[in-house]
Ligand binder design. Structure first.
Ligand SMILES: Cc1ncc(COP(=O)(O)O)c(C=O)c1O
Length: 362
């Protein structure tokens, strides 16, 4: 139980039902927002306080707010789903609460207790329940984040923070829907170095990845794939997704967590589901050269990206400055589809929740 008292100030003029229905008909990703937000403040000496649920609105910031200068900010991303009986669920939200604490620790920020994080997202999903889209591809994407709010121009951990949760009604992440995506192997840019912030979900990681993502688009690819910073050899992850490889002997592999990649909750869930199915998965380094050779020889059958936003998305084409190669037939594969179905069926409450991953909001 959260020890904070959440004070509710419902929106005095929420979006009318017909306007909301229009917005939910084709929401895209990250552009349609619900009516409310949750805020919790932190100040040194006082701790976490002033928890509120109120109408979503612009926040006033002093131009000297620390985050605007030194980027002390962390965030999370998870989805709420509508159930057949009109309820709402979330998938492993405590894992997000835990990763949020770990990200905060790496950025020298105060840790928000997991119970407060969970209560905040539950409160928002409850009050904005009508913003969860229907249908198999729709969900309410929850974005908890916190940033340094002290008014001070000095490089030191802030003494004040603001934690906010907003929500966005979303459809599929990739415009191409379920088709396989193409990825660009960035020759010039890396995402995270040993000892850096790669395992934290902080805004700065994404700011640094944008130029590589723009380069991927310029080369006609959907996403960038990063190699390691030390040797520029090992496949790490995509701009916003982890990656798995499927081999012709039935085994799979995924790059190991070692501080430079984000410990994805989808990644961890797929490792468990694969083990349940008796599939051998190695958490082991895999080089770009080997990837190319194995795709050419047929040893590599499938590759897929995974994350909350993209769920499980097959990788069909890998492009680099020296050329490109296809994986399998360039589309999805049987193992990718099997694991995706197993995951989505649990998330959508169509399959038994053996691992107790489903959190019922109401
Ligand atoms: C860089 C990066 N890797 C991996 C993931 C996948 O993580 P998760 O499965 O927890 O969404 C994300 C998305 O949050 C991400 O931003």
């Amino acid at each position: 139980m959260s020890k904070l008292k959440f004070v509710r100030h419902p929106h005095p003029a929420p979006t009318p039902a017909d306007k909301r229905a229009q917005l939910l008909a084709n929401p895209g990703f990250g552009r349609v927002f619900s009516d409310h937000m949750v805020t919790i403040r932190y100040s040194e000496g006082k701790g976490w306080h002033d928890a509120r649920i109120e109408q979503r609105r612009p926040i006033e910031m002093d131009p000297a707010s620390a985050v605007l200068h030194y980027a002390q900010e962390v965030f999370e991303g998870l989805k709420a789903y509508k159930t057949a009986d009109g309820g709402a669920t979330m998938f492993r939200p405590r894992e997000n609460a835990k990763r949020f604490r770990q990200s905060a620790e790496r950025l020298a920020m105060p840790e928000l207790p997991e119970e407060d994080f969970l209560e905040a997202i539950d409160q928002l999903v409850s009050i904005d329940r009508d913003w969860i889209p229907d249908g198999d591809h729709g969900s309410l994407y929850i974005r908890p984040f916190m940033f340094a709010n002290e008014i001070f121009l000095g490089v030191k951990p802030s003494s004040e923070y603001l934690f906010i949760v907003i929500a966005s009604s979303v459809g599929s992440y990739f415009k191409s829907g379920a088709d396989a995506v193409s990825v660009w192997v960035s020759p010039d840019y890396t995402r995270a170095a040993p000892g850096g912030t790669g395992a934290a979900k902080c805004g700065g990681n994404y700011a640094a990845s944008l130029i590589a993502q723009a380069e991927a688009h310029k080369h006609g690819c959907d996403q960038v794939v990063f190699l390691d910073a030390a040797e520029r050899k090992w496949v790490e992850e995509l701009g916003g997704m982890n990656v798995f490889f499927v081999f012709n002997d039935g085994t799979m592999s995924t790059p190991p967590l070692g501080g430079t990649i984000l410990p994805g909750i989808t990644r961890s869930s797929l490792l468990t589901l694969a083990k349940d199915k008796g599939i051998k998965v190695r958490e082991e380094r895999y080089s770009y050269d080997q990837w190319k050779a194995d795709a050419g020889s047929g040893k590599l059958r499938e590759a897929f990206a995974c994350g909350t936003a993209a769920v499980v998305t097959p990788i069909g084409t890998v492009r680099a400055p020296e050329g490109e190669f296809k994986i399998g037939n360039g589309g999805s594969g049987a193992r990718t589809e099997e694991l995706k179905t197993a995951l989505v069926d649990i998330q959508r409450c169509r399959a038994p929740d053996r691992h107790k991953w489903i959190h019922r909001v109401f």
